[in-house]
Design a protein around this ligand. Structure first.
Ligand code: LLP
Length: 385
């Protein structure tokens, strides 16, 4: 873990800040690229996980495409130098101006998530005098066995079009003359650690693709989304996620039939390379005897614990104490849920110590807010130290 290796240098920077291990990011990218090449799979980076410019510049070097979820994410990817023809754009609610921009950029595919959206994209493409490539985002109705806050592919979810609805509108969809249906897309959820879930996903995709192609659709690619989980419990045991296992499952179970296979990884690319470094402001004990460590970060820098009850491993990286104690680590925001961990064993912790909140590279900075008028956190990159 980078923070432990460079602990004395961490004091040069104002806390709280994100510390990024760029060597680990590169190793992760090398792994995903070399494993995906074995099957000729195409990998997109889900930019929502972290849109930091420095990280994007590194990711771009490895030839990944981009998966984006808003017009601004699309713009960011284009400005960061990603080829629009390698960008896909999903999202249940796209504004007209966002769709116009996507059409104008000629991206790889707009992943449409409703019948009304298909109609609108057709109309806007006609206005622009273009035929736009579209993928149908299908809701596959799969339980990804993850935190229910971050599952996306169950029948009642807001994401994707139901397969039945596509079938019911098949002739009409094919008749739209300013969109070309080039692919099929699904994403079943995030932080998936039980990889057999992806096996179920493949079987569903096989059936959906076969049935829709029987209706006269023809898909150049199948985009199976992201979702590969990381090891929040003991990140040191698994700094690079197991891309090889996921690809091998997909290779075994997906009937490819000459189509391209695409993935959209967010967390598994950038999750482990980032830590949130925060200073201990105060220690105190509640009337009930609970020992609190109050740090200068809060849910405004990393909202995952407060929002989903997510676990992040925490370590005191500057304490030399031989003794260890149990603490509740809390942030500065005026919210009772602003708790990083209820029951963490740390080296005896004093004011001024630096804590690392690990595995915070994904959905940390990108979900930061300015609640309580907090400043947004800074970033420190290992390759600039
Ligand atoms: N593709 C689509 C269409 C998505 O909606 C997402 C994530 C991804 C790809 C990337 O998924 P990943 O590989 O990162 O699992 N803020 C939550 C996670 C929300 C995920 C949203 N969609 C968290 O902090 O856990």
């Amino acid at each position: 873990m980078l923070s432990r290796q460079i602990a004395p240098r961490l004091r040069e920077f104002e806390t709280p800040f994100y510390l990024y291990d760029i060597a680990l990011l590169r190793q992760t990218l090398e792994s995903v690229v070399s494993e995906s090449k074995k099957y000729d799979y195409k990998v997109h980076y889900a930019i929502k996980a972290n849109y930091d410019d420095h990280l994007l510049a590194v990711i771009r070097e490895y030839g990944l495409g981009i998966d984006c979820a808003s017009g601004n994410e699309l713009r960011k990817a284009v400005e960061a130098g990603f080829d629009p023809r390698g960008i896909v754009y999903a999202g249940v609610g796209k504004r007209d101006k966002e769709l116009r921009y996507a059409i104008e950029q000629g991206i790889m595919a707009i992943n449409c998530e409703s019948i009304e959206e298909l109609e609108l994209v057709d109309l806007l493409a006609a206005e622009a005098g273009r035929v736009t490539d579209v993928a149908l985002r299908i809701n596959p109705d799969i339980d990804p066995k993850t935190n229910h806050c971050i599952d996306t592919g169950q029948a009642d979810s807001k994401f994707g079009i139901s397969y039945e609805e596509v079938l019911a509108h098949a002739e009409w969809i094919k008749s739209l003359s300013h969109i070309s249906i080039v692919g099929i897309h699904l994403h079943i959820g995030s932080q998936i650690r039980e990889l057999h879930v992806f096996e179920n996903m493949c079987h569903k995709v096989n059936a959906i693709v076969a049935n829709l192609e029987a209706q006269g659709f023809s898909f150049r690619f199948v985009d199976v989304g992201g979702g590969l989980g990381i090891n929040y419990d003991v990140p040191e045991n698994e700094p690079i996620p197991n891309f090889a296992s996921l690809f091998s499952i997909v290779h075994t179970h997906l009937q490819v039939g000459g189509r391209e296979v695409h993935f959209e990884f967010g967390r598994s690319i950038v999750g482990e390379c980032g830590e949130l470094i925060t200073s201990v402001l105060f220690n105190k004990t509640t009337a009930t005897g609970r020992k609190l460590v109050i740090v200068d970060a809060s849910m405004t820098e990393l909202i995952r614990p407060a929002l989903y009850g997510s676990y992040h491993n925490i370590e005191n990286v500057t304490s030399e104490a031989e003794t260890r104690e149990k603490y509740t680590v809390v942030g500065t925001a005026c919210e009772s849920t602003d708790v990083f961990d209820e029951n963490v064993t740390l080296r005896t912790t004093r004011r001024g110590d630096l804590l690392s909140i690990k595995s915070a590279g994904a959905y940390g900075m990108s979900m930061a807010s300015r609640y309580n008028l907090h400043d947004l956190p800074g970033a420190v990159y290992s390759d600039e130290l």
